[in-house]
Design a protein around this ligand. Structure first.
Ligand code: MG
Length: 374
């Protein structure tokens, strides 16, 4: 045998097992799939302090949770239903139950399953989000990968979250700011007749940057413009949802005149809203519970970015389960408002950690969440 041919053969022999190893998926990934067991549970969350928005005040919230078990691996997800979007814990739980036939199919095809869940019916975005979370958690655990890595994302980008201050008497709001001294930016809930007093009161106890959220609380474009311009002089750097979502023309009017960037929250639910909303605001607040989950939030970030919008990832009052799912994709966004778990006194889960105001993802597979609700 010529030396050249020998080397070729030796090379092929050495490369063979290596190539075979590269092509091999994790053993568990290829295991035959059995039956799927779906468990749904509604759990009442107690809030640390009353949570006041322009549209109401709450001391408890009822969220729905799902556990999807298949092949000895369990994925979990959370729905934080919102009355503003015609959702309750019961309607979310009922929707999750209708998805059982979809969950009985191959969960490794998670993108296909998401499309099938979406097609089950309109609305119920919080329930769809719970299902998407549970399936991705399952896939990550099956592969032994954190969801953020599964989606091609990293965890090196420093992601900080704002801390939200609900509407209350001004001294109570001041106390909430003092207690949250570790945060670098506060998100102040406004949209009341006393908004100037609220911002002046907050300014008396902190000189940190503020973002405000009126939750559709101002009613005319003139009122909104006056408030926004006054707030610009008070160190407010973002104004969220100043007017009711239906007043699209007023948003376009405000965008041309306001001194502070305006973000859409209630106005923006699904990617299909973007062509209509994008020309009227500077940025969007994407929430898993509005859009239907992690996969749809990634799509919203991608399309929003291509339309030149600034991107915020937000949340509802969610446990560490929902917040960990949001944090998994937060590196795609410019701003994070992922503090819902910090407002809960009886969070049954542990996942992403908030250190100071920094969101720290862990390396555990799936959503990296531990807890004993089920
Ligand atoms: Mg908001």
């Amino acid at each position: 045998m010529k030396r050249k041919d020998f080397l070729k053969l030796a090379g092929a022999a050495a490369a063979g097992p290596l190539l075979a190893r590269c092509r091999q998926a994790p053993e568990a990934w290829n295991e035959a799939s059995g039956e799927t067991a779906v468990t749904v549970k509604i759990f009442e969350l107690r809030l640390r302090q009353a949570w006041g928005l322009s549209r109401g005040t709450w001391t408890t919230r009822r969220n729905a949770f799902v556990r999807v078990e298949r092949d000895g691996v369990a994925g979990i997800g959370e729905a934080a239903p919102i009355a503003r979007y015609d959702e309750t814990a019961e309607s979310a739980a009922a929707f999750i139950e209708t998805a059982e036939p979809v969950l009985a199919r191959d969960l490794r095809e998670y993108a296909v399953r998401f499309g099938e869940i979406e097609a089950l019916g309109p609305g119920e975005h919080a329930a769809k989000s719970a299902l998407d979370m549970a399936v991705l958690d399952w896939v990550g655990k099956k592969l032994g990968l954190p969801v953020w890595r599964l989606l091609g994302l990293g965890r090196d980008k420093v992601m900080t979250t704002t801390y939200s201050i609900g509407i209350d008497e001004v001294p109570v709001m001041q106390e909430k700011v003092r207690e949250a001294a570790g945060f670098g930016v506060y998100k102040i809930k406004v949209g009341t007749p006393d908004d100037r007093k609220i911002i002046e009161g907050i300014r008396a106890v902190t000189d940190k940057p503020l973002r405000v959220d009126a939750n559709e609380g101002w009613k005319t474009k003139e009122e909104a413009l006056e408030m926004i311009d006054w707030m610009a002089g008070q160190g407010v750097e973002i104004v969220e949802q100043p007017l009711p979502a239906a007043q699209l023309d007023d948003y376009a009017w405000l965008k041309d005149r306001a001194k502070v960037p305006i973000f859409a929250d209630e106005s923006l639910i699904l990617p299909s809203d973007l062509p209509r909303i994008a020309p009227t605001v500077h940025g969007i607040n994407v929430k898993l519970m509005k859009c239907g989950g992690v996969q749809e939030a990634v799509r919203l970030a991608s399309i929003g970015r291509s339309l030149g919008l600034e991107l915020m990832i937000g949340c509802m009052i969610e446990t560490s389960l929902g917040i960990s799912a949001g944090a998994a994709v937060a590196s795609l966004f410019d701003y994070a408002d992922l503090d819902g778990n910090l407002l809960i006194a009886n969070d049954p889960f542990r996942g992403v950690e908030t250190v100071g105001d920094r969101l720290v993802l862990n390396e555990k597979p799936g959503l990296g969440v531990e807890g004993d609700l089920f």
